[in-house]
Every structure is written in C-alpha cells, then in structure tokens.
Design a protein around this ligand. Structure first.
Ligand SMILES: [Ca+2]
Ligand SMILES: [Ca+2]
Length: 330
C-alpha cells in the first residue's frame, strides 16, 4: 500500500520536473533566438560601418589627386556622376553591400562626391562683419546680427576687451567661461551668448571652423549666402554663380568657367555693375580648396545595416596623405 503511494508521489514529482524543464528550455530557446538576431544586427551594422569607411578612403584618395591651384564644382572630388564609371555613387564592395559619398547641392540636387570647407564662412578666422552679413542674409533679426557677430568674435579671440575698449560678453550667469580661443566644432556656437538652436540650424551648413590659421573663401565653390557674406550684393553674387556656371547655366558641368586667379576675379568685380569688396574682405577670395568634408553612407545588401561617417580632412603634412581633423559615425 505504502510502496504504491510512494510510486505515485515519485511520478507526480517527475512530471513536475519535466514540466519545469520544458518551460525553462522554451525560455532559453527564446532568448537564444533574440541574441542571434542581435548578433546579426550588430554584424550588419559593423559591415555597414566598414563600407562607409571604404567610401572615406576612396574620397581621400581622389581628393589627393586634385589640381592644387584651381578647384571648382567640375572637379572629380566634388561632382562625379558619370553613368559609366561613377566614383562615388553606390560603389559595390564584394558581396557585402555598397557605399555612396554625396551631399545635397542647392537643396533640390544631389552631388556625388565631397564638399570643400572653403565654400563656407569660417567662424574662426573671417571678420565679424562677414559673419554679420551671413546672419542678415539668412534673415536673423533677433538678436541683432551685429551684436551676435561681436559675441562670436568675443568667444574666439584671445582678448577680454573689444576693439573700442568695451568689455566682452560676461558668461558668469551661464556658469561656464568665455572660451577666448578657436572654435573646435561648429556646435560650440550654441554656447555663444545670443545663439539659439534656430539660428544655429540656419547657419550650420554655411559655416566652418576649418582652417584655424587662415581665412579664405573659394569663389568657385561658394554658395550664394557665403558670397553675400563676403560683401557682394545679391545681384552680383548671382551674376558670379552664372558666370562660373558657363554657357549652359548649370553648375558642375564641363563648360563651367571657374575663376583661376585674382586678376580674372578683379575683372569680374569691375565689370558692370561694378562692385568693390569691403576692406576686411579684400584678402578672402581664393580659387582653390585644401579642406574637405566627406559624408559616406554604407549599406549592407540585406538593407539591415546602415551607417553614415562624416569626416573633415586637411592639407598633407610632409607629402603624406591628408590628415583627418574631424570624425563622426552614426
Ligand atoms: Ca575674447
Ligand atoms: Ca556649366
């Protein structure tokens, strides 16, 4: 009698153990499935990152072959959309995926290639008057563009007093000191007194922090807001873009007529209607570029992995390849 009851108890315990094991194994299997998926996603994203890096390497190599005297929107590094052999558009890398190096041009178009930094207004080195004109062109009214431009200058220059002897902006209320040194990244503008995220979004694509040593604007690649900031009227800026675009009126095509030297540019300025650059802008126009922003997008064949790498490269030191000054992966 007792032995029979014991057997029943053992059977029930065994059934319970089996049930618990079954539940556990289902849980483990579910977890394993999730981890496999995560591993797959991680692998796809790593693959996409290296595809994007391949795009950066290719761009650096092609930037290195540029003409060192005159650079314009017809150069291979900036606008290569050849159907036969595109240098930057959906370049397939083995059976893993592809990369594309591109940037938006005049909002409605895409250029396959790299952007030069010299098309932008340099907030580290250009006179505050140029920054003020850029703010005005982009319809910044509050705070007064002259005051905001002065605050940007306060932030970057060494001294604590302005040219007229008045004290610079005081940041004790903000809880951090005024930098009195160069901007390292554009986002630093958000720390400057009077700057708002709205204003920053308006100017970020027209400004650069490179180089920190000289102020130049490549008039062959500069956008209309940057040309206006240089000191040209809107009409003359449009005229300049039409002139460099050549007979077909389209930028980045073979018939473009880039300016090649100061004499040619001076001739353009003195052609009717004549214009003279403000004194502080006289040394800014240039015809070549040395700093470049590369945006490379990598995507795996299964479309699950995608990464964008943005980097800025600067001039070579001692004949080596261009050095990387800024790097961002997302
Ligand atoms: Ca200062
Ligand atoms: Ca053209």
């Amino acid at each position: 009698m007792n032995s029979r009851r014991d057997k029943g108890t053992i059977l029930i315990i065994t059934l319970w153990i089996l049930a618990i094991l079954a539940i556990l194994s289902v849980g483990v299997a579910g977890r394993m499935g999730l981890e496999l998926k995560l591993t797959g996603l991680y692998r796809d994203n790593m693959t996409a990152l290296y595809l994007a890096k391949a795009g950066i390497e290719r761009a650096i190599a092609i930037v290195g072959t540029r003409d060192k005297n005159v650079n314009s929107l017809t150069d291979d590094w900036t606008n290569n959309n050849e159907d036969a052999a595109p240098l930057f558009k959906e370049i397939v890398v083995s059976n893993l995926g592809a990369f594309t190096v591109s940037y938006p041009f005049e909002e409605e178009k895409i250029f396959y290639g790299v952007q030069d930094e010299e098309r932008r207004i340099n907030i580290n080195t250009m006179p505050k008057e140029a920054i003020e004109r850029l703010l005005r062109y982009l319809e910044v009214t509050e705070p007064d563009p002259a005051i905001l431009a002065a605050s940007i200058e306060d932030w970057r220059d060494e001294g604590a007093t302005r040219e007229d002897g008045s004290p610079e902006d005081d940041y004790s209320a903000e809880g951090y000191p005024r930098k009195d040194n160069f901007f390292d990244v554009g986002e630093e503008l958000l720390l400057v007194k009077g700057m708002t995220p709205e204003i920053f979004n308006k100017i970020k694509d027209c400004t650069t922090v490179y180089p920190k040593t000289s102020a130049k604007l490549n008039v062959n690649t500069a956008s209309l807001p940057a040309l206006y900031a240089l000191g040209l009227s809107v009409d003359k800026s449009q005229d300049l873009i039409a002139t460099r675009a050549g007979d077909d009126g389209i930028e980045g095509t073979d018939d473009d007529k880039p300016f090649t030297d100061p004499t040619a540019f001076q001739l353009f300025l003195s052609s009717e209607p004549k214009e003279i650059l403000p004194d502080k802008s006289a040394g800014l126009p240039d015809f070549k570029s040395s700093y470049f922003r590369i945006v490379s997008y990598g995507e795996t064949n299964n479309k699950r992995g995608h990464k964008t790498v943005t980097c800025v490269i600067g001039p070579p030191e001692a004949e080596q390849k261009d050095q990387v000054l800024f790097w961002d992966e997302r």
